[in-house]
Structure formats: C-alpha cells, structure tokens
Design a protein around this ligand. Structure first.
Ligand code: SAM
Length: 260
C-alpha cells in the first residue's frame, strides 16, 4: 500500500475513533465547521503521521487478542502473530500452573494469558523499568488480579524450578537487518539481539533449564527464518517434543519444547 493511502486510512480511523466523526461528516458534508479543539488534534495527528509515528503510538492504544492495551514509545507495539501463543496456552493448559512471560513489554502476552485463564498465576518480567511502567498501566486498566510484574534480566532473578510454563517474545532481529529501517520508532532494546538475532533466545533457553520445573514447557517467538536454529538450541539444552506453530501467513514463528 502507498504511504499516502496508509495515512488516509489511519486518518479516517482517527477521525472516527478519537474525534467521533461519522461517515457523513467525513465523506459527504464539505462545509463541516471544525471546533478549535478538533482542529488542533487533527493538526497534531497529521504532523506525527508525517514523521512516521505508528498509529498505535499516536492513539496510545493497541488491540491485542480480545483486549485494548495502552502503548507508547517505551514498548513494542503488540503484533498479531504473537496472539497465537495466547490461543495455544488456552487450549493446552487448564490446571492452576505458574507461568512466566519473559520480556513482557506492554504486558500483552502475560495479561492476555492471565485474563483468558483466571486459575493461572502469571508473572511478567522485563529488564526495562519503562516497559514495566506501561505493563502496570495495562494491569490496572484491565483489572488483572492474577498477573504480577517483576524487574529482571531474563530469568536470572528466579529460583530454580519456579515455573511450569515460560513464554517469551524476545528481541530477535540481527543488528544489520534492513527491516529495522521501518521500525525506528520502536525501542531498539525490544527488537535487536546480538549473534545474528539469537543471543537472547539462547540465553532464555539456557536459563530456562534451571527455572522451569521438569516436564515444563518453553514457548519462544522468533523470526520466520530462525526456526531451525531455535530448534537446535532447544535440543542442545535437553528439550524434547519440539514443535512449531505457524503465523497467519503460514510462516514458522513460534517454537516450543518440553524440558526433559
Ligand atoms: C520483542 S519485545 C516483546 C514485548 C511483548 N512481550 C510483546 O510481545 O509485544 C521484547 C521485550 O524484551 C525486553 N528485554 C530485552 N532484553 C531483556 C533482558 N535482558 N531481560 C528481560 N527483558 C528484556 C524488552 O525490554 C522488551 O520489552
């Protein structure tokens, strides 16, 4: 889609969602008189769009699974492919297990799992204090009683055998990846990992062998070309029953394994 078409689509969404305009006011009535307040908001919106700021940051809102999350430039904007984790966990686990969402960002994964499965105890951890502040806003906005936040560098602060399930959407983009050009408004620390994008995945897998209970599961989101390498890292670290979930474009984006 052309840039100007994206701006037009986002602008119409903004007029409807934020300013409450209807189709008649947007498309038909050429003589509409804008209130000063709306005029200022429209000018601000167009300036931010021109700078390339993503719509979700402008609106401070992102839809993920069934829920609306507050977002700003301190956290990654939740992506639709990550929702696959939520559905998998809902269908697979029913008893009251302990879950960690490592690198929780806005809290979108951990909070959605907690809301979908009220009997689970879900922890969300992040190294970024800024991200944890955003996750706290979402915990409060969505009234989640079974979601708890922890400031931690991956799994280093957790006791041995603390969790039945660890899920993570870690940074996995290599620092020279040309896709980063289109992601420059999102935090680099949420996107980029050393060793060709695999450093954080490797750390999480290695640390999971201590922090997961025996028979516990690890689920990792990764780039669609990283499936084989992620599987090998899991195998090397005594994970079995390794499986892969595909995204809506049929690309392998989530790999999971059970700790032997
Ligand atoms: C790709 S974002 C995912 C955010 C959110 N879970 C989602 O799916 O939208 C990765 C997150 O990992 C966090 N992170 C990066 N390095 C970390 C580390 N060493 N320990 C804990 N969290 C880390 C980042 O701050 C960021 O919030």
């Amino acid at each position: 889609m052309l840039d100007s078409e994206v701006i037009k689509k986002d602008f119409i969404f903004f007029l409807k969602e934020k300013l409450g305009f209807n189709d008649n006011e947007i498309y038909i009535n050429p003589n509409i008189v804008l209130k000063n307040k709306d005029k200022t908001l429209i000018e601000k919106f167009l300036k931010l769009k021109e700078e390339g700021i993503p719509l979700d940051y402008i609106l401070n809102s992102s839809k993920f699974h069934e829920y609306e999350f507050f977002v700003d430039s301190r956290v990654l904007i939740p992506r639709p492919e990550t929702e696959i984790i939520i559905d998998y966990v809902k269908n697979r686990f029913s008893s009251s297990i302990k879950v960690l969402d490592a690198g929780t960002g806005s809290g979108c994964i951990g909070i959605s799992i907690a809301l979908q499965n009220p009997s689970l105890k879900v922890y969300g951890s992040d190294r970024s204090a800024d991200a944890l502040n955003v996750a706290m806003i979402n915990k409060n906005n969505l009234n989640v009683d079974n979601f708890f936040l922890v400031h931690a560098d991956w799994l280093s602060s957790f006791k041995k055998e603390s969790f039945d399930l660890i899920v993570s959407n870690p940074p996995y983009i290599a620092d020279q990846d040309p896709h980063l050009e289109n992601l420059k408004h999102e935090p680099n620390s949420a996107l980029v990992a050393k060793d060709n994008g695999l450093r954080d995945i490797r750390l999480i897998v290695e640390q999971s062998t201590e922090v997961l209970k025996g028979g516990g599961m690890l689920m990792l989101e990764h780039g669609y070309q990283q499936q084989e390498e992620v599987e090998n890292i899991l195998k090397k670290n005594h994970f079995v029953e390794i499986a892969n979930l595909k995204d809506y474009q049929d690309l392998p984006r989530i790999t999971l394994g059970t700790l032997q």
